[in-house]
Design a protein. Structure first.
Length: 129
């Protein structure tokens, strides 16, 4: 297998990891919206819950994609987490017509990167057993 073939497979697996993370996020956000609609749960839980959902989604997506990549889990995980957050931030900025960097944004960027890296490490180590 040539080096460019390996890079293409890695790129595709990274895209799959980002896609998996977005799908998981959508599922959990749907569940959260149902809970908020049909229960008396306070809306104060929205921001922390979104951070947790985002972190878990990136962790799972990064882990799954790095099982197949089998090396460079740290770098690939950071790419998955960083790209996910950048895309999420761009989409939300387009829909809200507001582009600003807040403390919430910084927390999301750091969380996404850290959990992407952790997922990459987990995924690579699962594949090596």
């Amino acid at each position: 297998m040539g080096n460019s073939e390996i890079n293409n497979k890695n790129f595709i697996n990274i895209l799959k990891g980002i896609g998996i993370a977005f799908i998981i996020t959508l599922i959990f956000l749907l569940i959260l919206s149902i809970i908020l609609t049909y229960t008396n749960v306070s809306e104060n839980i929205i921001n922390p819950t979104i951070i947790i959902i985002t972190a878990l989604s990136i962790l799972i997506g990064s882990s799954i994609s790095n099982i197949k990549i089998k090396k460079n889990g740290l770098i690939n995980g950071a790419i998955i987490g960083g790209t996910y957050i950048i895309l999420l931030y761009l989409f939300s900025s387009i829909f809200s017509m507001e582009f600003s960097l807040t403390m919430q944004s910084i927390i999301m960027i750091v969380t996404g990167s850290v959990f992407g890296i952790l997922g990459g490490i987990i995924g690579v180590n699962i594949s090596s057993k």
